[in-house]
Design a protein around this ligand. Structure first.
Ligand SMILES: [Zn+2]
Length: 443
């Protein structure tokens, strides 16, 4: 390794490192040097430790290091509604449970829900998330203090809405957030129309133009289920993707969540325009939406990321579950066990996610990448023996084995302890919020 740096602050030693680099190298008896928030060196432990004498050593023993995971679609504050409406039809769930609760939500409760989401994501090995909700300043504050990376999305529906009387008010809000988090090393902004059929075409076009002007992500739910396609057809006489394509809203800065109901031509279009796609297998299964054609998307040249969606429709923010489900769902849909290999599922949660969110670190754990990494405890019974580290991470791990989560060179969680948040205090506040939610649910 030529990238010598005398200022390594910490050397991490582990039994195995899944680098997720270009060649998907798996290193054994390996080490990694961290300094100034970056990976400075990675390779054989003896060699790395010799190149950086004097640096502090963190020996993780029987652990496996890998890049932190990227949650490319969530609604973080919805953790407060986890379990508040189960096994219901989508419109009943929205109109009878979620929307009445959301009408009364305060910025304080949104902050609390976002903090709980950050605690969960940190605990289960996530390093970054793409969010979409309201009062996103509160989500940004939670990501700022807990140390995660986040791309915020202030969601909007057809105007006037309870939050925004006019489109201009919504654009002003994004501008405020852009200034509020300007220059933040871990927090970015996006424009976030809810869907094609719940917003007006001129607002889609205007928000897209603003996103392009400021170099921000433009994200929306798209082709989530057959009912959405029907709504779009009856409103515009076109499927959602056809409308987006006709309006020239597809491209590398566009991120489409779900993409369950796609034609072959639409998949080719997504690949050709290099549009970002986020697969949310557990949410799709739980809401009975169907299974996204991920294998065909990959074949067409799309590199889908993974997302959990909100905790009210999942019901957790655990990407280990999503990796496993993403692989299994393609196998069962095609009756072919080769359909989506473990390595592809891991790529979706790491490299693809980083690329879709335009984050650093999309080339894995390599010198000069951000020191965003997690460690799995290989002494867990479900992680022994270790014949195949990639399959262990995707098919055997459930997320509880995460013993270290480092983002930007800062340790956020280690061996049962949160280093950036007061978990007992947070739990007590969440218990109070539980009463707030319960008092507003139908008896
Ligand atoms: Zn969603």
């Amino acid at each position: 390794m030529d990238n010598l740096n005398p200022h390594a602050e910490l050397l991490i030693k582990a039994q195995v490192i899944l680098t997720q680099n270009q060649d998907r190298e798996v290193l054994e008896h390996a080490g990694l040097a961290v300094g100034q928030g970056l990976i400075l060196d990675i390779g054989d432990w003896e060699a790395v430790s010799l190149r950086h004498p004097g640096a502090k050593v963190l020996d993780l023993g029987r652990s496996m290091l890998l890049p932190g995971l990227v949650n490319a679609h969530t609604h973080a504050p919805m953790t407060l509604f986890r379990g508040a409406g189960e096994d219901m039809l989508l419109m009943d769930w929205l109109t009878q449970r979620i929307w009445p609760l959301e009408r009364e939500l305060t910025p304080e409760l949104i902050h609390l829900g976002a903090l709980l989401a950050c605690a969960e994501m940190i605990r289960f090995g996530t390093r970054a998330f793409l969010d979409g909700y309201m009062h996103e300043e509160e989500v940004g504050r939670a990501a700022d203090t807990t140390g995660l990376r986040a791309v915020l999305g202030e969601g909007f529906f057809r105007f006037p809405s309870p939050l925004f009387p006019t489109a201009q008010a919504a654009w002003d809000r994004v501008e405020f957030l852009r200034e509020r988090f300007a220059g933040h090393p871990r927090i970015g902004l996006s424009y976030c129309p809810h869907t094609v059929y719940t917003t007006d075409p001129e607002d889609l076009a205007e928000s897209y133009a603003l996103a392009r002007k400021h170099g921000l992500i433009w994200q929306t739910h798209c082709s989530e289920n057959a009912a959405e396609i029907e709504s779009c057809l009856s409103l515009y006489g076109k499927r959602p993707l056809a409308l987006l394509a006709e309006m020239d809203l597809l491209g590398p800065g566009t991120v489409l969540h779900h993409c369950v109901d796609l034609t072959q031509a639409e998949m080719a279009l997504l690949a050709e325009t290099r549009t970002g796609v986020v697969h949310c297998p557990e949410s799709n299964m739980k809401l009975g939406c169907g299974q996204a054609p991920v294998r065909a998307l990959l074949k067409a040249g799309v590199a889908p990321a993974l997302g959990t969606d909100g905790a009210a429709s999942n019901n957790n923010l655990n990407l280990f579950g999503e990796m496993r489900r993403a692989a299994l769902l393609q196998k069962v849909a095609s009756l072919d066990p080769t359909a989506l290999p473990a390595q592809t599922a891991l790529d979706m949660a790491t490299r693809h996610g980083a690329a879709v969110l335009a984050l650093p670190g999309d080339q894995g754990l390599v010198p000069n990448a951000p020191a965003d990494l997690i460690a799995l405890d290989l002494t867990f019974p479900n992680l022994m023996p270790l014949h195949n580290p990639v399959s262990q991470a995707v098919y055997a791990a459930c997320g509880q084995e995460v013993r270290l989560n480092m983002v930007d060179g800062r340790i956020l969680y280690r061996d049962g302890c949160y280093l950036t948040l007061d978990y007992p205090g947070l739990s007590a506040e969440v218990r109070q919020a539980q009463t707030w939610v319960k008092n507003r649910l139908p008896v």
